[in-house]
Design a protein around this ligand. Structure first.
Ligand code: NDP
Length: 342
């Protein structure tokens, strides 16, 4: 059960929303970090944010994770890898726009680690609860045994006409399956093992560089549109799933690198169910100038469809998770400090 308690961790897509918190958690746990970014200028913000860590943080340029051998140089000399880079957006026409980078990026880093990562002992792949959940007409508590077969079928049969959510979920399910297959096919040849982290929707304050709300990552843009801009109708405000605080997810990645027993595990990382209106209610209470949203919403009668069994992550990592109050409050304080809330 390889895992590391010290050394250097490669974090892919380091300038992303989740990855910036992964970098922070790893540095705080005493690791050195090499982050990949598409161009050197994309590293400047993180360099300045973490300057107190000096040469414990360095960067490598990987301008397209799809390219053959993209990670061949970046994996050299690292002890573990956290692969977070993957597209998450809702504007893909053809599903391949998401599926190709998700799958090839994942297989690419594993094969670079096989060929050039002689010191690598553990690889953590950021998958998603999107590869687990299925849109069902009845509520369900999903476990690590579930796979989103429905999204895979939808994308296979409908192609570009599949929903944006199904295209994204299929990209994550296919990438995760490819990771497990690669590891099973090659585990006799490598000195590392594989951990897959499956977060639900991720919310919470921002560390990475964002100049305006329109440029927020997908999940936090939804949060902003619901709680601050007030651009969602009742149907959208009554949409929900399950969520996790980005700070807890960052820490979960660091613990996935460190915890021997996590090897070979698929791990759901999730706090609890939500509807966007639950976030709006907390936000409106804290900042009465923000929209009230759907004032008819009653959390006691709302139906929460996608819950998760989180016994594995609690047993393995025992993280005290941020509450909805803390997540909303800290996200709004972050927005306020950026001048996005008057
Ligand atoms: P971001 O969009 O903030 O970050 C994605 C990162 O991946 C960016 O650094 C981006 O680089 C990089 N990237 C994407 N495509 C490529 C490519 N072709 N070549 C090089 N780099 C690329 O997303 P999140 O932080 O939200 O997501 C991070 C991970 O977490 C993803 O794997 C996502 O599926 C997963 N996840 C996210 C959830 C959420 O709610 N946010 C929920 C569950 C899982 P650049 O910025 O330069 O384009």
């Amino acid at each position: 059960m390889p895992a590391i308690s010290a050394g250097k961790v490669l974090v892919t897509g380091a300038n992303g929303y989740v990855a910036a918190w992964v970098v922070k958690a790893l540095l705080e746990q005493g690791f050195a970090v090499r982050g990949t970014v598409r161009s050197d200028s994309k590293a400047n913000h993180l360099r300045s944010l973490f300057k107190s860590y000096g040469d414990k943080l360095e960067f490598a340029i990987v301008n397209d994770i799809v390219k053959e051998g993209a990670f061949d140089e970046a994996v050299k000399g690292v002890d573990a890898i956290a692969h977070t880079a993957s597209p998450f957006h809702t504007h893909a026409e053809d599903p391949s726009e998401l599926i190709v980078p998700a799958v090839q990026g994942t297989v690419g880093i594993l094969s670079s680690a096989l060929k050039h990562g002689s010191s690598v002992q553990r690889i953590v792949v950021t998958s998603s609860c999107g590869s687990i959940l299925e849109e069902l007409p009845v509520p369900k508590t999903f476990t690590e045994a579930d796979w989103n077969e429905r999204a895979l079928r939808e994308v296979e049969t409908k192609g570009a006409a599949a929903s944006a959510a199904d295209k994204y979920c299929a990209s994550k399910a296919l990438a995760e399956r490819a990771a497990w297959k690669y590891w099973n096919d090659h585990k006799g040849e490598v000195g590392w093992d594989l951990v897959v982290v499956n977060p639900s929707y991720v919310y919470g304050p921002i560390l990475h560089e964002v100049d305006k709300p329109e440029h927020l990552n997908e999940s936090m843009r939804m949060f902003y549109d619901a709680a601050v801009a007030g651009t969602y109708d009742k149907d959208m405000l009554n949409w929900g799933s399950s969520w996790i605080d980005v700070r807890d997810l960052g820490l979960a990645h660091a613990l996935a690198v460190k915890t021997p027993e996590a090897g070979g595990e698929r791990i759901i990382v999730s706090q609890s169910v939500f509807k966007l209106q639950d976030f709006v209610n907390v936000a409106h209470r804290l900042y009465p100038q923000l929209p009230a949203g759907d004032t008819d919403f009653n959390p006691a009668t709302a139906v929460y469809f996608q819950a998760y069994d989180t016994s594995k992550v609690r047993k393995l990592f025992g993280i005290k998770l941020h509450t909805i109050e803390e997540m909303v409050k800290d996200s709004l304080e972050d927005f306020k400090a950026r001048g996005w809330i008057q």
